[in-house]
Ligand binder design. Structure first.
Ligand SMILES: C[S@@+](CC[C@H](N)C(=O)[O-])C[C@H]1O[C@@H](n2cnc3c(N)ncnc32)[C@H](O)[C@@H]1O
Length: 517
């Protein structure tokens, strides 16, 4: 009889999910999320505590890619940093799991490990287990396609019972590219209290069981509101009427209970290797659990598996975080010093207002002449001011930059009497143009992914490209800032030329500006 057993029915104890049914995903280097934390001896929380970007996005740091190295606190699943728990036999609910230390609200308690299987397989197994008369159900949801089955292989989390007023909850974490399910404390849990979570959110389904959680708000049945249970009533064969009201095989676990584990379960020692992690598997014919007739709490030593070889690698610090991936329109400052002119046609234009007026459509001719003369007049910056670059071709795409205000930098320079001041401003303008060209080139690289998904989203773009984009954006911001700072500084401190001096002079049909003093 189940009730008389001194220990739970055998199962294979694992502390990493079993991937016999598909390959374990390999995390691509470009998909590794690198946080910005830096370990500070005086502040232990600095090593990937609550403020860590990865922690905030429920992603564990990848060993070798976290600057906090061995101090990183955000590898709890990987290092099996579980709370101390112990197995206990409950009244009418089979075996359960107790806190064997005081657990703090929010603390990671244990990972729900088992076999990762498809939903289809989960449905098949769920039916098969039921047919075999198993009343304890151990299948939970993992994601939109997969479930975790801890019936034959699992961690101690498989013993956590349901409560309609639970002290724990499940949370999904991204660990080395795989989603994993953790049990986290919802509140402070004192030593000796039974752990519980609400099956309604995660339970895949099973026989309908009367709930004995004892909560005032008890809904009466176990997991009856779970997605799996409700979907199962529709998804299983049409002639399967087991869930029609009259035929609900209501099972009261307070009554005599059939054994939870298939009798043919294979208990064997096995070792899997996933990404170099040794997968600890224990035989649970006698699962390190002292049994007792008097429900003596049994101590379960949490296994701290330091499963990851830590290979420090040089990690380039990111300049900023990778959240919204939206190309940035960099607007110039709105407060414009005198002599500044805007164009609003999205093109990149150079030229003084005088030259613009005079040249009209002869600009390309002027550009050619300019390239010849600029060789002769290497330092004579204002002889080359008549270049109009053609509008960038967007080949059918929307111009993500929209209407760009352009500073008429040469116009500003014309007004300055000092050659050094003009030289400085033109230098910064060149830097700005280079950074803008870089960002345009990058945008062309990411455009196919964005067009395919019809939206700008970081998800559609590889991480390495996104990082390049961020770096280029930062360079662009800096270049813009340097240019505006230089203009403001020089306008404020440099004598201006008279309008007459600054007027363009004609030579060979082209208007030129004379370089000033
Ligand atoms: C994941 S197992 C939990 C461990 C299980 N008690 C055992 O002995 O292995 C889920 C099963 O435990 C039993 N159970 C869990 N919570 C219960 C509750 N609140 N009331 C009644 N039975 C419960 C049900 O049989 C359920 O299918």
């Amino acid at each position: 009889m189940e009730e008389d057993r001194l220990e739970p029915p055998p199962y294979i104890h694992i502390e990493n999910n079993d991937f016999s049914h598909r390959r374990h995903k390999r995390q691509k280097e470009e998909d590794i999320a690198v946080c910005e934390c830096q370990y500070n001896l005086l502040d232990p929380d600095s090593a990937c505590g609550e403020q860590c970007l990865n922690v905030l996005t429920s992603t564990e740091c990848t060993p070798g890619y976290c600057r906090c190295g061995v101090y990183c606190k955000n590898q709890r699943f990987q290092k099996c940093q579980y709370a101390r728990t112990r197995l206990v036999k409950t009244e009418g609910r089979g075996w359960g799991l107790l806190a064997d230390e005081n657990i703090m609200a929010g603390q990671f308690v244990i990972e729900y490990c088992g076999e990762v299987i498809s939903w289809k397989e989960a449905k098949r197994r769920s039916q098969a287990y039921e047919t075999q008369g198993l009343t304890d159900a151990y299948i939970i949801y993992l994601n939109a396609d997969e479930s975790i089955d801890a019936t034959k292989k699992g961690s101690l989390a498989r013993f956590i019972n349901h409560s309609c007023q639970p002290n724990c909850e499940t949370r999904k974490w991204n660990v080395l590219g795989e989603v994993r399910v953790g049990i986290f404390a919802k509140q402070d849990i004192p030593i000796g209290m039974e752990l519980s979570y609400d099956y309604n959110f995660e339970w895949f389904g099973g026989a309908m069981v009367r709930c004995l959680c004892g909560a005032g708000s008890c809904s009466g049945f176990l997991g009856a509101k779970s997605r799996g249970f409700q979907e199962a009533t529709y998804l299983w064969e049409d002639d399967d009427d087991r869930f029609s009201v009259e035929n609900v095989p209501l099972y009261d676990s307070a009554d005599d209970a059939p054994t939870s584990i298939p009798k043919d379960i294979l208990i064997k020692d096995e070792t899997n290797t996933l990404d170099g992690n040794s997968n600890t598997v224990q035989i649970t014919e006698n699962p390190r659990i002292a049994s007792s007739n008097e429900f003596t709490p049994m101590i379960v030593e949490p296994m701290i598996v330091s499963s990851n070889e830590f290979t420090p690698m040089a990690v380039e610090p990111l300049t900023t975080s990778l959240n919204e991936f939206t190309p940035t329109i960099v607007e110039p400052l709105n407060a414009i010093p005198m002599g500044v002119e805007f164009t609003q046609n999205g093109s990149i234009e150079y030229g003084t207002q005088y030259v613009d007026d005079a040249l009209q459509d002869s600009t390309h001719k002027a550009a050619n002449l300019q390239s010849q003369t600029s060789q002769d007049n290497d330092k004579n910056y204002h002889r080359e001011l008549v270049v109009v670059k053609p509008k960038p071709q967007f080949r059918g795409r929307k111009n993500k930059r929209g209407l760009r205000k352009q500073l008429n930098v040469p116009g500003i320079c014309d007004r300055l009497a000092s050659a050094m001041a003009r030289e400085e401003i033109l230098y910064y303008e060149e830097m700005k143009n280079q950074s803008a060209a870089e960002i345009d080139a990058l945008y062309d690289e990411i455009r196919p992914a964005i067009e395919e998904h019809e939206k700008d989203s970081q998800d559609n773009v590889s991480t390495s490209l996104a990082e390049k984009w961020i770096e280029a954006s930062c360079c662009k911001y800096k270049a813009d800032f340097d240019l505006y700072a230089s203009i403001i500084k020089n306008l404020a401190s440099t004598p201006l030329r008279s309008k007459e001096d600054a007027a363009p002079k004609e030579q060979n049909g082209v208007m030129y500006l004379e370089n000033g003093a």
